[in-house]
Design a protein around this ligand. Structure first.
Ligand code: G3P
Ligand code: MG
Length: 244
């Protein structure tokens, strides 16, 4: 089985994370898929940005939840990275889905509702993905266990992943009890045993954030279903070289 190479926040080492330039680059580099993070605006528009706060990746301040989508348009989400990306905008999930619709990409939409439990985020995201008929190649993921359950309650068929960075010897059983179809784990939790346990439970396992060749090698050798990487081009070259 080929381990999928999923661009983490787009090709985020070479372009500002979670923006169109980072997604375009990942697509042109031929990544198998793209992972992105969703927060909710004051007017309930899901937008793609990792942090709850604007500070780290834009020239703004304050929380996403306190701005309307139109107001967010005033901020620059590229200059913090390099001047070359000045005036790059924060985009909505809908804009991203429209862009992805005609491209052969696997999508992982991560709901960022572990710090702020945004009301109705699950249904808003689910309905958009359903509307654009992308459910069959999308995984919805979250660190919030209750959110996994809510997502599965809309539609048993959708793939939902439980995300974790915490060690727990009953992790696979716990994720299964939530109704998750996949486990997305931080690299330091990765063991071949966990991969086997997931596969025996018919769950997929994907690992973040894998940027080093030695770590990629382990994930490829032990048949992880996917890796999230900031450097998809490097991962693709390496996968080709080891002929996985
Ligand atoms: O979805 C995998 C990974 O993105 C989870 O952590 O903080 O990079 O969103 P984070
Ligand atoms: Mg993420």
């Amino acid at each position: 089985m080929k381990t999928k190479i999923i661009a983490h926040r787009g090709a985020s080492k070479q372009a500002p994370e979670n923006t169109m330039p980072a997604f375009e680059l990942a697509y042109h580099q031929k990544a198998d898929g793209i992972e992105t993070d969703v927060q909710l605006t004051k007017d309930n528009i899901p937008v793609l940005i990792h942090d709850e706060h604007l500070k780290r990746t834009t020239n703004g301040t304050g929380y996403i939840k306190d701005y309307t989508f139109e107001q967010l348009n005033n901020f620059d989400a590229g200059s913090w990275f390099t001047d070359k990306f000045a005036s790059t905008k924060i985009i909505s999930l809908e804009e991203f889905l429209i862009w992805a619709k005609d491209k052969a990409l696997y999508l992982n939409i991560e709901l960022k509702n572990n710090k702020i439990d945004y009301k109705n985020l699950e249904s808003i995201v689910y309905e958009l993905i359903e509307h654009y008929q992308l459910l069959n190649r999308t995984t919805l993921s979250t660190f919030n266990p209750s959110s996994v359950k809510r997502l599965k309650s809309f539609n048993k068929e959708i793939e939902v992943a439980f995300l974790t960075s915490k060690r727990n010897k009953n992790l696979v059983r716990y994720a299964q009890e939530l109704g998750a179809n996949a486990l997305h784990i931080k690299y330091r939790l990765f063991t071949p045993l966990l991969v086997n346990q997931c596969h025996q439970a018919e769950m997929a396992i994907r690992v973040y954030t894998v940027n080093r060749l030695a770590n990629m090698k382990k994930c490829f050798n032990f048949d992880c279903d996917g890796i999230f990487t900031d450097v998809p081009e490097k991962a693709l070259q390496y996968r080709e070289m080891v002929d996985q």
